[in-house]
Structure formats: C-alpha cells, structure tokens
Design a protein around this ligand. Sequence first.
Ligand SMILES: Cc1ncc(COP(=O)(O)O)c(C=O)c1O
Length: 424
Amino acid sequence: MPGSGGVCDDAGMSASTPANTTPSDRRVSARVGAIAESATLAVDAKAKALKAAGRPVIGFGAGEPDFPTPDYIVEAAVAACREPKNHRYTPAGGLPELKAAIVAKTLRDSGYRVEPSQVLVTNGGKQAIYEAFAAILDPGDEVIVPAPYWTTYPESIQLAGGVAVEVVADETTGYKVTVEQLEAARTERTKVVLFVSPSNPTGAVYSQAEAEAIGRWALEHGLWVLTDEIYEHLVYGDATFTSLPALLPELADKCIVVNGVAKTYAMTGWRVGWLIGPKDVVAAATNLQSHATSNVSNVAQQAALSAVSGDLTAVDEMRTAFDRRRQTIVRMLNEIDGVLCPEPEGAFYVYPSVKGLLGKEIRGRRPKTSAELATLILDEAEVAVVPGEAFGTPGYLRLSYALGDADLAEGAARMQKLLGEARD
Ligand SMILES: Cc1ncc(COP(=O)(O)O)c(C=O)c1O
C-alpha cells in the first residue's frame, strides 16, 4: 500500500521473477507495474458494463455530475471546432487567453492574485496532480497524505519517486486531521503536505481556523503545500471554502493549487484542469508536459475559457440539486442498522462507516471487509459503490450523490432492503 514505503524497493524483481533475467525479459517496469488500477474508475466501468448488458444497475461509483455541460460552454466548443487556428498545435502550457481567464477567475473566486506565468493548463486535474508531484519530488521525499484520500494521490506521489505517508482521520473528527497528527507524521524527509477541502472521498470541509492552523504549521516547518481546490464551489449549509494561499500569502512560494472545470461545470469528459504555483515549478512542469502531452485539446480549452469567464449561475443550480440529494442519501443511509453516515459539508460524496455490518450474514454471505460488502451490494442489489479500501480506510463505502434524484432514491432503497436483511 502507499505509505508503506516498500513499493519501489525491488526494481521489478518480484518473487516470481528469476534473478538472472535481463532487462528485456522484464516486461512491465517496476515503476509502472506498481500502479494499481483506479478503483473508482474500475467500479464505474463494471457498473457501466452491467448496464450495457441490460442490468438495471444504479451507479454511486463515479464522481461525475449527471448534468450535461451548460449550453453556452458547448456552443463555445462548437465555434472553436470551426476555427482553423484551433486545428493546430498551440503553446504546451495552455492558450494565453485561457491562462489570463484562470488568473481572473482565481482572483474572483479565492481572492488569490497570480500571474499567467504561474498557470499551467493540464489534461484535467489528474494531470495537474501528477505533474505537480513530478516537478517537486525527489526520490524518498515524503508527502503527508491525510486519509481517507482520493485514490490518485498516493499513486502520483509514488510515480514521482516520493513516499506517501498517511495520516488517518475517522468519522469522529468529521474525517479531518489535526495539526498534532500532522506533526506526529513529520520527519526530516517530509517535503509536502496535501490539503484537500472539500474532500473526495469524505466531503469534509475544513473551517477557516482549521485550514489556517494547518497552513501556519506548514509555514513554520518550511513545507510545501499541494492544495486541491477542485470542489471549491460545492459547499453546503454554513460551510465555506478556504483557499490556503489566499488566506496565508506567505505560503505562495511553496504552494501548488490544483483546480479544473470538471466538477464545477459538469465537464468531466472535456479534460481541462490547471495548476498554479511558483514560476520555477510551473516552468518545470510545463517542460514535462511539453514532452508528454503538449497542449490540451484547443477545443476543450476554448470550452473551459467560456466556463471560467462566465458567471456561476449554472453551478449554483447544480449545487442546489446536490444539496437536496445529499440530505436524502444521508437520511436513507442512516436508516440502515449498522451504517453510520456523517453529513458531509462539501463535494458530492458521502462516506458512511459500514463497520457495523461486517461479519453479519446477508443473503447467505458474510462480508468481512468493505470490499466484500461492496461486491455483495453490486451482485444482490445491483448498486455500485466504492469500498473504503480504495481510499486507504477499510470499513467504509464511498457513494457519489451526483446522480439523478430518482436513481438516487431507488439505489438507496435497494441498499436499505438488502442491508436490512443483515443477521448475526
Ligand atoms: C479531489 C479531486 N481532484 C482532482 C480530480 C480530477 O479531476 P479531473 O482530472 O477530471 O479534472 C478529482 C476527480 O475525481 C477529484 O476528486
């Protein structure tokens, strides 16, 4: 597992590989062979395959809004398709007009003032995360990763030669880590602390005071902060989003912000994200991208330009729908004996503990782990959920509530019926 520090140790010489093999005998490199399949995408793919085969599967797996991308954004892309200049290579780091719009949007939404040379437009937030870690980590550098974590972070850290050091928080603290826990995990090899609020997979939102305490601790120890702000607009009730480098401008020299259009504008398939950081790091990450993927599709960049320079009406409407679904799913899950579902304050995920169900008999099976329970739920209720194992904390399930109201109620009702059958 990430964080154990052992994954990169044996250069691909697994127990089954004879010692006298040549490099050409070893098929997949140790570095890439150590990457696990994305569990969230795997659950989603399985659910979609079952659906395609005619099964009435309801998917709580993918973190993807069910809404279509707003029309004005789609229209901008249509117009961009017709424009020959968009048929050509453009600067690897992003269209200058999109970078300028990201600068303006960042000031508008977070109060964080940056320059275009601090922005790199990437193929989604995922590529931004990968490139950020690749740009700043040397072998053995440690990154403190609060768990439950989104499944991509440890893999990106490991690919960059770093070591993910997990700090686990559970439902008793609303899945939020404290400075004391972070400090206990800090060593002389610690280079970065990861800060994600609102969080995937838990929906936790750090208060301004909590965020500030973590930011000040990072400053005190000269640590880098990688902060993923992709759910910045999805907060509910009294919760508010805090952008760490806006709150603590002293952090900016060692801070990388990751963001993108996927979640805010229902644009998961368009693949546009970005990172914002100090100029030298952004220049290095841009060089990396120039050899890996070059510019992000111009059509998608033009769509993103329309998204970030427009107003937030569409996201306000989506947030209202997500909020309603959040309340429904929390209520329905908490009605199941053995399930404990804290009310999340952001993103579009719930992260209930299912420890109370493990070991019980359900339809002739006794799931001992959340992974086994998730399989049983898919087999028996035709409902796809992601087990906590994917996020570093077994004993939980993640459900995305970014699906339609009717499907959400039906899926939760099926889970109620199935899990209500649990017996000692
Ligand atoms: C916390 C977080 N960051 C980044 C991403 C990446 O989004 P994308 O690559 O689709 O822009 C996701 C997607 O699930 C996410 O949950």
